[in-house]
Design a protein. Structure first.
Lengths: 264, 292
């Protein structure tokens, strides 16, 4: 369904971040993309969704194909219309909009009104808590609720392929569990194909059909979850790492805040 | 100082205030969508008044058609400005956009001078300017009409932002442009809508002014009122623009009516500073949500 072929991405004409990355996502599956901080995971997702352009990033070599069409030159809005929806790292809810308005914004590309009401029902089915929060601004939701809202926004657009960037970032273990269960349900019940970027390798490999491990802008290892879990290097560097997962994710949150300031 | 005078002052203050509010709303819409401070908003107002003059007085269109033509032309001008001047600057620092709008304001002013000259124009009053009794006081009919039209338009705008797809998209862009982009929201389309709306609301205000105060370059000074209004109400708040317009209009009117002349130019600013000391984002300005 989706394939990246030797993709090279350069930011600001000089910073080479992806150095010939290739991966495939099969229809109906969950693919996990794992890697350490700065490996280029988010950049990979942005190269697919077209969100590189406003950050002055560009696919300078190779290509991204979705359903047989080359999409790496298309603007983000066209890519969303083709059925790819990225849930960005750090949740990025619209803080001054209500949860429901956030969801409606997610349905921007969906044309008919009846479909929108039905989609709202569906999202509230997955995340009843969002409906309970009524008219309070989304900025006041808890971190977990915001992550649910971010995924809910994606559901509103009924995408064929959902790109999830670290949905477990900064969440308590119980919530991580809940979010991952819902991701799995969305994959099964909606038939949505999912490309899941995670630091939490153990959990991600539990629900994925296939996994990629990237380092320094390239895929260094790939295979089924069973194969990856068996690999000695993966055991040591990725699955072992989850032991210090808490400390790590705390740092990630700060790292994200800082980056956001630079951008705005 | 009986209640008649008070009511008259209230009506004239409110009608001025609603004109300010209309101009201010256009300013707010652009600021919400793109963080651009549009220094040419007052010139949109001027253009609206002169366009109405051209269509109705010069071309002799019946007033309904003349108004329609004015609004359509204003929308076109808004779209052209956005397309030719601001869109190429998307992603550039906000300060360059601001400089561009300052340049734009001089340009629009020069165009008005070039086409219509600098002398005031006689404008046929198409709104009946008779007096009516309102709550026991005698007030100008045109004043009441201005208030009514502005109230309707401002209500429509408020509903637009709350319920429509483009309205919600505009507020989403104001919150987080990249996240908005990630859901396929077209920044270009939203910016175009914002500029067209800003030009149209200013043109409506311009037409009303043409009727109540006449067509001249003095309209620019009324346009300048947009700044105290939006600062008072909050740069990014539509309700703020409405309340800010009303408050400034009323303050001017009461001070002019009840005190020695000249004070009405100062009092609104004194109130403005007092309000900002308590609420630095303006009355309705967006607060920064800081989750801990
Ligand atoms: N807009 C940008 N301009 C310049 N360099 C960037 C930009 N965005 C990311 N980079 C750089 O690209 C590299 C990869 O970043 P990316 O965000 O893709 O990593 P990541 O794998 O998602 O990391 P994390 O786990 O911390 O989210 C980093 O070195 C980062 O500094
Ligand atoms: Mg990342």
């Amino acid at each position: 369904m989706l394939s990246l072929n030797n993709v090279e991405v350069i930011y600001n004409d000089v910073i080479l971040v992806l150095k010939g990355l290739s991966l495939k996502v099969e229809q109906g599956q969950i693919a996990a993309l794992l890697g350490t901080n700065g490996a280029g995971k988010s950049t990979t997702l942005k190269a697919i969704s077209g969100l590189l352009h406003p950050e002055d990033g560009e696919v300078t070599d190779g290509n991204v194909e979705f359903e047989g069409v080359q999409i790496d030159k298309l603007p983000a809005e066209d890519i969303v219309r083709r059925g790819i929806f990225q849930v960005m790292e750090g949740r990025r809810v619209f803080e001054h909009l209500t949860p429901q308005e956030n969801l409606l914004a997610g349905a921007y590309t969906a044309r008919d009104k009846g479909g929108t009401d039905e989609a709202l029902e569906r999202v509230y089915g997955y995340f009843p808590r969002l409906e309970e929060r009524g008219n309070s601004m989304a900025g006041f939701l808890s971190g977990g609720e915001q992550q649910m809202l971010a995924i809910g926004r994606a559901l509103m657009a009924r995408p064929k392929l959902m790109l999830l960037d670290e949905p477990s970032l900064g969440l308590a273990p119980l919530l991580v569990q809940e979010i991952f269960e819902i991701i799995q349900r969305i994959n099964r019940e909606e038939g949505t194909t999912i490309l899941l970027v995670e630091q939490n390798a153990t959990r991600a490999l539990e629900i994925a059909h296939y996994g990629y491990i990237m380092e320094g802008g390239r895929v260094v290892l790939e295979g089924t979850p069973a194969e990856l879990q068996d690999n000695a290097d993966v055991k040591e560097f990725y699955l072992g790492l989850t032991q210090v997962g808490q400390r790590k994710s705390y740092r990630d949150v700060k790292h994200y805040r800082r980056r956001k300031r630079w951008l705005s | 100082m009986d209640s008649d005078v008070f009511l008259q002052l209230t009506v004239s203050g409110l009608s001025n205030g609603m004109v300010y509010a209309l101009v201010a709303v256009g300013f707010v819409v652009i600021f919400k969508a793109s963080d651009v401070i549009n220094f040419a908003q007052g010139e949109f107002l001027l253009f609206g008044a002169y366009l109405a003059f051209a269509f109705i007085a010069q071309f002799g269109l019946p007033w309904s058609l003349g108004v329609l033509a004015t609004l359509l032309t204003a929308a076109m001008i808004g779209l052209i400005v956005e397309r030719l001047v601001l869109r190429p600057l998307i992603g550039e620092p906000v300060i360059s956009m601001i400089m561009v709008t300052i340049g734009l304001s001089s340009l629009l002013r020069a165009v008005v001078n070039g086409i219509w000259g600098v002398r005031p124009k006689a404008f046929p009053n198409f709104i009946p300017s008779g007096e009516v009794e309102f709550l026991g006081a005698i007030v100008g009919f045109d004043r009441l009409l201005v208030i009514a039209i502005a109230a309707i338009l401002l209500t429509v705008l408020t509903l637009f932002f709350r319920y429509t797809r483009d309205g919600i998209a505009m507020r989403a862009i104001a919150d987080d442009q990249q996240a908005a982009l990630s859901m396929g929201i077209s920044i270009k389309r939203v910016l175009a809508v914002a500029w067209a709306m800003a030009a149209i609301t200013a043109a409506v205000a311009g037409i009303m002014l043409a009727n109540t105060v006449g067509v001249s370059h003095d309209i620019i000074f009324i346009g300048l009122r947009v700044f105290p209004v939006v600062i008072l109400g909050g740069l990014d708040s539509v309700p703020g623009a409405i309340v800010g317009g009303g408050v400034i209009g009323l303050l001017e009117s009461y001070t002019a009516g009840y005190t020695t002349s000249g004070l009405e130019l100062i009092v609104p600013y004194i109130v403005l500073i007092l309000v900002l000391m308590v609420r630095p984002y303006g009355l309705f300005g967006k607060e920064i949500i800081e989750r801990v």
